[in-house]
Design a protein around this ligand. Structure first.
Ligand SMILES: [Fe+2]
Length: 266
């Protein structure tokens, strides 16, 4: 292994003093969170209210099957967050999500802190009957996690940890949307397709994964059009806000979170 060859002959060279800088980090459900300035509130405390709701998935066992680097997009991280409710299934995803997950049925578990959890129930007539004779989400692609409750089996869930962590979660699949702010009005998106390790042994796993990836590209292209337009409109001199739907609790939560961070208000 290369480590500053020949520097052992330097009288003042001390490897421990030129090593990478240690950073505070915590793991949560298999995800590694790094705190660069070391001043963040401990993550476990911030997520205490949601952690039990995800425990049954045993996400720390799941593995990444594919990472899709979507490159840069012309909108900022908050526009990405504002796209996070399921209300927009009704207008934007009529050919994709709305077919299986009616936007009007979505619900939000809110809190006063750093996350929101949404779930989007599926149409019963579109659900999959699993090998255990239980009902699951439509188009189950891989092996579902055993031991989930009915909501976890038949809904997809969206977990947001502000400002920019979010995962799409269903019984057999997680899409981990990694959003990197690049500059004002620009992000880079990398989407990880995460599955239970047992699923990788399915004989047609590769074909199933390709179908999931194709679906990701399909709905992502629908979102691209809307997010780019919203960013453009936000830049207009006469841009104004409007009232939120009762299905947009997530957007209200994100807006209040930003105001609190900027003003220090309670
Ligand atoms: Fe969307």
């Amino acid at each position: 292994m290369w480590a500053a060859p020949e520097m052992d002959r330097h009288p003042d060279f001390d490897k421990t003093k030129v090593a990478l800088t240690p950073r505070r980090h915590e793991t949560w459900n298999g995800f590694l969170y790094v705190n660069l300035d070391g001043r963040a509130v401990p993550l476990a405390d911030r997520l205490a209210a949601v952690t039990p709701r995800l425990a049954a998935y045993q996400l720390d066992r799941w593995v990444t099957a594919r990472s899709i680097d979507c490159g840069e997009y012309p909108w900022d991280w908050k526009v990405m967050q504002d796209n996070g409710e399921c209300y927009h299934h009704l207008g934007l995803h009529t050919e994709t999500f709305e077919v299986d997950y009616p936007g009007r049925w979505s619900e939000t578990f809110e809190n006063d802190g750093d996350f929101t959890l949404l779930w989007s129930p599926s149409r019963p007539e579109r659900q999959t009957i699993g090998a255990d004779c239980q009902r699951y989400v439509p188009g189950l692609a891989f092996l579902p996690q055993p031991g989930l409750d009915e909501r976890q089996r038949t809904c997809f869930q969206l977990l947001y940890v502000l400002p920019n962590f979010f995962i799409y979660l269903q019984p057999d699949l997680v899409m981990n949307m990694r959003v990197f702010p690049v500059a004002a009005g620009r992000i880079r998106l990398i989407a990880d397709m995460v599955v239970r390790p047992e699923s990788r042994a399915m004989p047609d796993f590769a074909e199933r994964l390709e179908r999931v990836v194709a679906f990701f590209h399909r709905f992502n292209e629908e979102d691209v059009v809307a997010n780019a337009a919203i960013q453009r409109n936000l830049a207009l001199a006469d841009a104004v806000g409007g009232p939120l739907s009762h299905l947009e609790h997530h957007n209200r939560h994100v807006a209040l979170w930003v105001v609190r961070r900027l003003t220090g208000a309670a």
